[in-house]
Design a binder for this molecule. Structure first.
Ligand SMILES: Cc1cc2nc3c(=O)[nH]c(=O)nc-3n(C[C@H](O)[C@H](O)[C@H](O)COP(=O)(O)OP(=O)(O)OC[C@H]3O[C@@H](n4cnc5c(N)ncnc54)[C@H](O)[C@@H]3O)c2cc1C
Length: 391
């Protein structure tokens, strides 16, 4: 395997950036992670993990640590947010584990991120830099030079843009403008378990599907807190997670919903807001010695709960492709893109469709019940096999 002394530069130290750093250092590549924030941190919120990503954790050698922090729910349940009736229930415990070979779990984003960061830090091949915003790059044929906002430069053998939805690397590489605003907004809150009354506690991922709204809740952080995600339609647009949500807006929009939904909404003191965006899928996100990974490559709506999982799959495929390429970065990046783009395109499009199903009104609400209510667990598993069987 031909390797230069120059590191592979990774713009962005989120879940995707650190998964890439881990996968690459394990294959013997030096890496340099460049993060714009002052430290590596993740939101205080949850993330669902399909069995497809547990296989990646095993390959990356972090399966046990992830399992230590994860909560393994018994079921995925969809309830109608107006009348409170159960629409469908998919067992996610032992039967799912048996069917797909790996479990379904939920985890605190900070726990997931920390396991990846700690694993990367154990490698002498990794260098990590914070407070450094990548603004542009130059592919010189034999190396890539990255420029930061402060005017610093980094020389690398190649560049991976893992800088998320508003990726600067994508902006230069693909040039397809701003993300597509979905018209949906998410509010996220976390509440200590002690505040959750007994009648609202359950070891399930529950989605309350309402007209143009939904609420998801599940226990998190070894069961010590409850994660709440509320989504509703709105025309607002703001970038990032730093904006606080307005609880009175929630009370108004969810006024007609089931008392249990309203009880959950009343419990969180603080909500963080996120304007949900994605992009049209593309088949070309690698040029020369530069490629994209995770949300920078294929940002998706969260309705399939797979954006982070896809970023981690990307990382494993990318590292494997580079390890086989004998120094041909362009060839490796094209091979990686080829192996990934149809799968990620399918997740992007399916996620949009799930959003329509969750937020259904009138006839579509009735159709949702008709289609989902009679499903056996086996039928539900078969429907997800293209995704959960993994790569
Ligand atoms: C409401 C919601 C719920 C979700 N639920 C799930 C779920 O259940 N399961 C799941 O798998 N996924 C879920 N996702 C998706 C998941 O959060 C993302 O797909 C995942 O975080 C993508 O990781 P990433 O590393 O590609 O990008 P990001 O997490 O956005 O990380 C990008 C990093 O790059 C840094 N950065 C940005 N620009 C620059 C720059 N110019 N220079 C240097 N650094 C830069 C950022 O500070 C950040 O650290 C959800 C998303 C949302 C919004």
């Amino acid at each position: 395997m031909a390797k230069t002394d120059l590191p592979i530069l990774i713009a962005g130290g989120g879940i995707g950036g650190f998964a890439a750093a881990l996968a690459l250092t394990q294959k013997g590549f030096p890496v340099q992670v460049i993060e714009r924030a002052a430290d590596f941190h993740e939101l205080g919120a949850g993330i669902q993990l399909g069995p497809n990503v547990f296989r990646m954790f095993e390959l990356l050698g972090v399966g046990n640590e992830m399992s230590h922090w994860a909560v393994f729910p018994d079921n995925l349940i969809m309830r109608d947010a107006l009348d409170g009736t159960e629409i469908t229930r998919i067992p996610t415990g032992e039967p799912l584990h048996r069917r797909f070979g790996y479990p379904y779990a939920v985890i605190h984003r900070a726990d997931l991120h920390k396991v990846l960061i700690d694993a990367v830090k154990r490698s002498p091949l990794a260098k990590l830099t914070t407070s450094c915003k990548v603004v542009s790059f130059e592919d010189r044929g034999d190396r890539v030079v990255v420029k930061t906002e402060a005017g610093e430069t980094f020389d690398g053998a190649a560049l991976i843009g893992a800088d998320g939805l508003w990726s600067a690397v994508r902006s230069q590489l693909v040039g397809d403008g701003k993300p597509r605003v979905s018209g949906h907004i998410a509010y996220r809150g976390v509440i200590p378990l002690a505040q959750v009354p007994d009648h609202l506690r359950e070891n399930n991922v529950v989605l309350w599907a309402g007209p143009k709204t939904h609420l998801v809740h599940y226990p998190l952080h070894r069961g010590e807190v409850y994660n709440l995600v509320v989504v509703f339609h709105s025309s607002r647009y703001e970038e990032g997670w730093d904006t606080y949500g307005d609880p009175s807006e929630l009370r108004e929009r969810f006024a007609a919903q089931h008392p249990k939904v309203r009880e959950f909404l009343a419990m969180a003191n603080e909500w963080k807001m996120w304007v949900l965006c994605d992009r049209e899928p593309i088949s070309h996100w690698s040029v020369g010695r530069v490629t994209l990974l995770g949300d920078a490559a294929h940002p998706m709506l969260q309705y399939l709960a797979q954006g982070g999982c896809m970023a981690i799959e990307d990382a494993v495929v990318l590292a494997r492709s580079l390890a086989q390429a004998k120094g041909d970065y362009n060839g490796a990046f094209l091979a990686y893109q080829q192996q990934r783009y149809l799968r990620t395109t399918r997740v992007q499009l399916t996620a949009r469709m799930y959003g329509d199903i969750y937020h259904a009104t009138d006839a579509v609400r009735d159709l949702r019940r008709q289609m989902l209510a009679g499903r056996t667990p086996e039928q539900a598993y078969n429907g997800m096999a293209w995704l959960y069987d993994g790569i």
